[in-house]
Design a protein around this ligand. Structure first.
Ligand SMILES: NC(=O)c1ccc[n+]([C@@H]2O[C@H](COP(=O)([O-])OP(=O)(O)OC[C@H]3O[C@@H](n4cnc5c(N)ncnc54)[C@H](O)[C@@H]3O)[C@@H](O)[C@H]2O)c1
Length: 255
């Protein structure tokens, strides 16, 4: 089976609930956006890709608030969150998904600026977006957050990816810390995808044959699909996981 089964109907819960998905213009983030929209949610999307944001806004009208935001930019995050509060009165859910692999870099070519950049985009961003989310509390009852970690947090990542892997371990630990601070009102969980077939893989390896060859190292012998990660995300966001907080869920084909 190459695709997730048609998902459960969560519209009884998500209808008209406002959700923010960072990095929602492509890959896993976009699959989560589409899953949420199909469940009746209103979705704010923060991304750098203006053309794709524009297309999503055109397609979905006022169900989508498409905002060109660099999640590593503190002022931009503050301004974009203020706009959400003005438009929808706050947020019920957050998916901290925006992320980059960064330049492939072994220690002999260590570049502190590049390390800091990956740290800012992948980790500092999730902390500051979460802080802004917590304050943007409307009248939505229980709230929940899903963070994108990676199995790289425990494997160390591929050679030259240590900055990326380190940020993903940080996300896993931050998820635990924040779940304790924010309980019981806000549940905070993380997902650890394995190798999912998105542009991030092509950006990193630069070659379709190399991406396809990764299937050999996965027990399920295929790459995951973004829709399969979105199914796990919507469950973690929903009351279906009402007693689950501080968890790290592998979506990795057994890797
Ligand atoms: N694809 C995988 O195999 C895999 C595995 C484990 C974890 N993940 C994680 O899942 C998340 C999504 O990855 P993906 O594979 O869908 O990648 P992707 O490159 O397809 O999507 C990432 C999105 O984040 C956006 N983005 C990047 N920097 C940003 C910034 N500073 N501000 C706002 N938006 C920004 C990009 O424009 C892009 O739309 C990432 O956090 C990634 O680390 C992916």
């Amino acid at each position: 089976m190459d695709q997730a089964m048609p998902g459960l109907d969560y519209s009884f819960y998500f209808r008209d609930r406002p959700v923010l998905v960072t990095g929602g213009a492509s890959g896993i983030g976009l699959a989560i956006v589409e899953r949420l929209l199909a469940s009746g949610a209103k979705v704010a999307i923060w991304d750098l890709r203006g053309d794709r944001l524009e297309a999503l806004a055109q397609l979905h009208g006022d169900r989508v608030l498409a905002q060109e935001v660099d999640v590593a930019d503190t002022d931009a995050v503050r301004a974009a969150m203020a706009k959400i509060v003005t438009t929808w009165g706050g947020l019920a859910h957050l998916v901290n998904n925006a992320g980059i692999i960064g330049r492939i870099m072994t220690l002999d070519a260590f570049d502190a600026d590049e390390f800091q950049r990956v740290l800012s985009v992948n980790l500092v961003s999730a902390a500051q977006v979460t802080a802004a989310f917590v304050k943007a509390d409307g009248d939505f009852g229980e709230r929940s957050i899903v963070n994108l970690s990676s199995i790289a947090a425990r494997t160390g990542g591929m050679l030259g990816n240590f900055a990326y892997a380190t940020t993903k371990a940080g996300i896993a630990t931050m998820t635990l810390s924040m779940s304790k601070e924010l309980a019981p009102k806000v549940r905070v969980n993380a997902m650890a995808p394995g190798i999912i077939d998105t542009e991030i893989q092509m950006d990193s390896l630069g070659d379709r044959a190399k991406v396809d060859a990764l299937a050999d190292i996965i027990p399920m012998k295929r790459l995951g699909q973004p829709t399969e990660v979105a199914e796990a995300a919507i469950w973690l966001l929903s009351p279906g996981s009402s007693y689950t907080t501080g968890s790290l869920l592998d979506v990795a084909g057994g890797r």
